[in-house]
Design a binder for this molecule. Structure first.
Ligand code: 3HC
Length: 287
């Protein structure tokens, strides 16, 4: 199926990155946020990321301008009526995602594929919010932050996702220059199944006073050659986002590996959500 116009629900860290990646991949993009102010912030983040790409000579100014011209910001979901594909990148909350999918099912044309960038929630549970005749067109399309830079798209098929939907999303992802892995509809899929316990263990190590936060990060970064230590990565992903994912995985599996340590919960309670707000485990320049 030919996809020309891609809707992106949410213009936060992930939504902005997905919108940028789609526009750079020649798609017309319609990106939606809940109000004009939040939308403006998201679009500024997107422009900043493209400016970085131009400064690093990853793309020309001409291509950046052309990509920008393909992006339209909206605040009303009803304006997604012309989308062939919508990628939802709202917060990690099943009820909210189900509301969005029920609305998108009503608004978008019958051929449209509805994808979720969920990090851990069940694609089948999200699909169940749509009418039975849409459910084979619901799929998981999990991107990684920063989306324009990270090579991977994790594709998740629910038990009723069709071969045609899967093939369309796989080919589109490869066309964007991404590598694809395919996972079963199981909490955390591949990457977060392994990443979340690791990040939570790093917080537990700090909580237990095993080492300073700098040494926990340095130990992993230099000892395992990771680009970032786990606490820096938590700041990068967002402590709130990580907590949402951990709680969702714990709720579904009851597995203690996903039980969030109190320190993480307390930091989120007071808004220390990481780099995007200027402070998490570390402090960052004013955002
Ligand atoms: N567009 C295109 N390219 C860009 C760019 C942009 N907006 N911004 C930077 N780049 C390029 C740079 O030019 C550079 O390319 P080069 O290697 O060819 O020179 C490359 O990207 C790396 O950028 P930088 O030099 O600025 O920075 P670093 O080398 O410090 O890398 C990083 C930054 C890529 C963020 C690296 O630290 C990293 O990989 N960190 C780990 C990120 C990670 O694990 N992400 C996944 C999080 S989990 C997730 O998202 C899933 C969720 O469900 C939890």
């Amino acid at each position: 199926m030919a996809i020309r116009t891609v809707g992106v629900v949410g213009c936060g860290l992930m939504g902005a990155g997905i919108a940028e990646t789609m526009a750079r991949g020649q798609y017309n993009v319609i990106v939606r946020e809940i109000n004009a102010e939040v939308l403006q912030r998201g679009l500024e983040r997107l422009q900043q990321s493209m400016a970085t790409a131009v400064a690093r000579e990853k793309m020309s100014q001409w291509d950046a301008d052309a990509a920008w011209a393909r992006i339209r910001g909206i605040t009303d979901l009803e304006d997604m009526a012309e989308c062939d594909l919508v990628i939802e990148a709202a917060v990690e909350n099943l009820d909210l995602k189900r509301e969005v999918f029920a609305a998108l099912d009503r608004i978008t044309p019958a051929h449209a594929i509805l994808a979720s960038n969920t990090s851990s929630l069940s694609i089948a549970a999200i699909a169940a919010a749509t009418r039975p005749e849409r459910r084979d067109k619901v799929i998981g399309m999990h991107f990684f932050n920063p989306v324009p830079v990270m090579k991977l798209v994790e594709i998740i098929r629910s038990v009723v996702t069709s071969d045609e939907t899967f093939a369309t999303i796989r080919d589109l992802s490869v066309g964007l220059g991404k590598e694809v892995v395919v996972a079963k509809d199981y909490p955390g899929f591949i990457v977060n199944l392994l990443l979340i316990p690791y990040l939570l263990d790093a917080v537990r190590a700090l909580e237990l006073g095993i080492a300073s936060q700098e040494d926990i990060d340095k130990g992993i970064q230099l000892g395992l050659n990771h680009p970032m230590g786990p606490l820096t990565l938590l700041d990068f992903v967002g402590l709130d986002t990580t907590l949402f994912i951990a709680d969702a995985m714990f709720a579904e599996t009851g597995d203690a590996r996903y039980a969030a340590p109190p320190l993480l919960r307390r930091m989120v309670s007071v808004g220390l959500n990481g780099r995007k707000v200027g402070r998490g485990f570390y402090e960052y320049g004013k955002k």
